[in-house]
Design a protein around this ligand. Structure first.
Ligand code: SF4
Length: 465
């Protein structure tokens, strides 16, 4: 019987089985940022500990930094404190930091892959829920909390419960105007936001095989929103070609040998899975969330459900409809938006910006809409400037910002106000997520955000193609 990638990587990194039933796993790469580290480093100092493997740790700043007017000290005292702590901690503990003025700075889940730090067969941890992004490379990547960040800094190990594997096969071909974001939103809607509890999701099938690494990252990024602890795609030729020549990828004389090993980590053809589901790509449409979790979504040509239609979820549905100001049966297309946000670790890579720019080109942002594009990294930003994409957005009336998490979460100056409705390419539509306790978030693909920005309302992007 063959093995899954999860099993192979897990076994290779197992230090020992713990009496709790957990596995002590060695972590190959620890990515850190300013928000979940200050207390972890304080604990190290208080105990007189050092960082066990500084060369396996890489830091950047993303969550709290402003995306414009970045002069220090920041106006937000708490943000300045976090930034200064990370700088001091990286200096004191000898860690690499892509800081504010570093041309590698960006969202932690964007820069790890683009620098070639993220590689197949690795175990990866980061104090952010969306660390599952890195699974797109065939790594096993865990989002962790501050106390686990402390543990990984001090020991390079994590205590983790064993996971089952569900293979999610996306068969067939995606229609025009339907993107990886629509696929993952559909999977979460069908399997539920807690459907993946206790599982790793292995994404497979011809639609996934054909996806670029950027698209696979979008899929894996949102695994956690479906309750899965990790999500991954088996490494293949696309993975290998993406990594070739990246700054931290193996050097040219070792690369092919490593690539051979990476491919050997893929799940075997006769591997057994704990569960399998199939999603037919050809049946999918652009998706929009109507509620307050990423599973509450419908096709853009659909109608908002009533509480009664959602069975066991009736109470949650009624609550979400009330919060969102929607009535049962209302068409989601045509819902007015106030803000359009293209960004976040789900959808802020160059290919995302290209798709959004394709829709925006030659059009203007609707008069009542505030629209912003926040590239995922300084590198994405430079590439978009070179390609002329940044100008397409600026000419249409978008604000073009510096790299950071921005409006994905309300921890920096980019926030919703009052009950504004935001068409967002990010990953969470929880109540208050974007900084206003009454702000309303509609998750969708970057192209759909662009369509909403120029039309001023939720719009089927296929009509603008
Ligand atoms: S963009 Fe959002 S989800 Fe991604 S790392 Fe930043 S805050 Fe976390």
């Amino acid at each position: 019987m063959g093995q899954t990638l999860l099993r192979k990587v897990w076994d290779l990194h197992t230090v020992r089985q713990l009496p709790t039933g957990q596995t002590q796993l060695f972590i190959g790469l620890h990515l850190i940022h300013e928000v979940t580290t200050p207390q972890a480093f304080d604990a190290l100092r208080a105990n007189g500990w050092t960082v066990a493997f500084p060369e396996r740790t890489f830091a950047t700043v993303d969550h709290i930094i402003p995306t414009r007017e970045r002069q220090r000290p920041f106006l937000d005292v708490m943000a300045e404190d976090m930034m200064a702590s990370l700088e001091r901690n990286c200096r004191d503990f000898g860690l690499r930091l892509a800081g504010l003025d570093d041309d590698r700075q960006g969202i932690v889940h964007v820069i790890g892959p683009e620098l070639g730090l993220t590689q197949p067969g690795m175990t990866i941890a980061c104090g952010d829920s969306h660390t599952s992004t890195h699974g797109a490379f065939g790594s096993v990547a865990f989002g962790i909390g501050t106390s686990q960040v402390r543990d990984v800094l001090a020991s390079q190990c994590l205590a983790i419960e064993p996971l089952k594997v569900r293979r999610v096969r996306v068969t067939g071909t995606l229609p025009q105007g339907v993107y990886a974001k629509d696929v993952i939103l559909t999977i979460i809607q069908r399997l539920g936001v807690r459907g993946g509890t206790g599982y790793a999701y292995e994404y497979a099938g011809e639609a996934v095989d054909r996806m670029s690494m950027d698209e696979r990252m979008t899929m894996c990024n949102m695994s956690i929103e479906g309750g899965a602890r990790v999500g991954y795609v088996n490494p293949d030729a696309t993975t290998i070609e993406y990594l070739r020549g990246r700054p931290f990828a193996p050097a040219a004389d070792r690369f092919d040998e490593m690539a051979k090993w990476w491919r050997s980590m893929a799940s075997d053809a006769d591997a057994a899975y704990d569960d399998e589901v199939e999603v037919r790509a050809g049946d999918l449409t652009p998706v929009v969330t109507w509620g307050v979790n990423p599973g509450q979504s419908i096709g853009v040509d659909g109608h908002v459900p009533s509480a009664a239609e959602t069975g066991a979820d009736a109470e949650a549905t009624a609550d979400a409809l009330k919060y969102m100001g929607l009535t049962p049966g209302q068409a989601i297309a045509g819902m007015k938006v106030d803000v359009a946000f293209v960004g976040s670790c789900t959808n802020s890579r160059l290919s995302d910006l290209r798709e959004a720019a394709r829709i925006v080109k030659g059009r203007r942002v609707a008069r009542h809409v505030k629209a912003l594009v926040v590239p995922g990294s300084a590198s994405v930003s430079r590439a978009a400037e070179r390609e002329g994409i940044a100008d397409v957005f600026r000419e249409a009336g978008f604000e073009w910002r510096d790299a950071g998490c921005s409006m994905c979460l309300g921890m920096n100056p980019d926030k919703l106000e009052g009950s504004q409705v935001c068409a967002a390419s990010s990953n969470r539509n929880f109540k208050g997520r974007q900084g206003s306790p009454t702000g309303r978030t509609l998750l969708m693909s970057p192209a759909m955000v662009a369509a909403a920005a120029v039309s001023g309302e939720v719009t089927d992007v296929r009509r603008l193609m």
